[in-house]
Design a protein around this ligand. Sequence first.
Ligand code: CNA
Length: 348
Amino acid sequence: MNGYKGNLIRIMENQQSLLDFPLTVDGVASYILSGKCQKIAFLTGAGVSVGAGIPDFRSPGGMYDTLKPELLTATKEQRDMMKSDPTYVVNKRLFQANQLCYLELRRPFILGIAETKWKATITHWFIATCHKKGLLTRLYTQNIDGLDFQTKLPEDKIVSVHGTMGLIGCEDCGANCSVEEFNNKVKRNIKDIYKLDPTAPAESTPIPCETCGKNGLKPRTVLYGSRLPDRFFQSISTDFPQNVDLIIVAGTSLTVSPANELPCLVSEKTPRLLVNREPVGKELGIKYGTSSTRDIYSNKECDLVFLYLASKLGWIEDLKENIHEMAPLSQQLLREFEEKKIVPGFEQ
Ligand code: CNA
């Protein structure tokens, strides 16, 4: 009898929207404004930094598209592996055998981050504003570019799921290395496969760790095939499901596990806003269109969606306070909004 009743309740729940608001971006704004949504978790990916000028992996122009194994210092076998699976270039096994592929691929990224070449976007600042309003449970970022930290979010609010480029360490013995010292060695030792830096050497030489002598030094990012930081698992157990009234998933293909499982950890009634150029995560149970009961999808650019949400929530002044700290494109979007009071793609 109990089982039967339970089934009926499930059917009823599935037939109506679990949100008391329309399953639209406007509905999400109404939900937040209603005060029923007090705790928001974010899962972000490379797409939220595209507006800052950093390519993602999977879009045209991203690493999957542009990786040229023949330019990297590698054996034929290693090149073949990268050709059949581009993620092999950031795989632990390859790094242990050959430090140079990773460092050659990442050279401009490592040096660009050191020069603060890229700045946080409207999306990053929207998340910081959620914290300012007391609404942020946690930001789970798959990004390694450090832009989330530019917004001065307290470190305990950020989980760098795949590590960060902002710290340097040895994959073998775990010793730390100063960022400045490492960057100087990258400039001196690692060739520039992108041919942008005339001062780069013609051939690469490894960068050994001063503590153990092995060629293990690299930014403290999580290579494919490595375990995620303990903090990821600890934060999940604190946050999910009880401390999440809304999960916002932005700019991620939801293909890298276990981070892609976060949207499945919220309660069955918790709304999930997915902002991504393409509909992803169907195999994880994210529902689109009429079959959705709590999933809201926008295929528009992240910065436009979060600018629009900020306008609906009355948070434009909060974003404006930080306009000079934003990526150029975000500054332009915010200025255009100030002039026209319309977010492109959200005209009515
Ligand atoms: P991904 O697999 O490259 O997916 C990015 C997703 O974002 C794609 O589905 C795109 O369609 C979408 N997208 C791109 N631009 C926008 C935009 N402006 N608005 C909305 N959607 C957009 O990247 P994931 O983060 O899912 O994969 C995880 C990998 C990528 C992690 O290990 C990261 O470390 C790694 N990565 C990080 C960075 C970075 O730190 N900025 C850059 C490139 C790759």
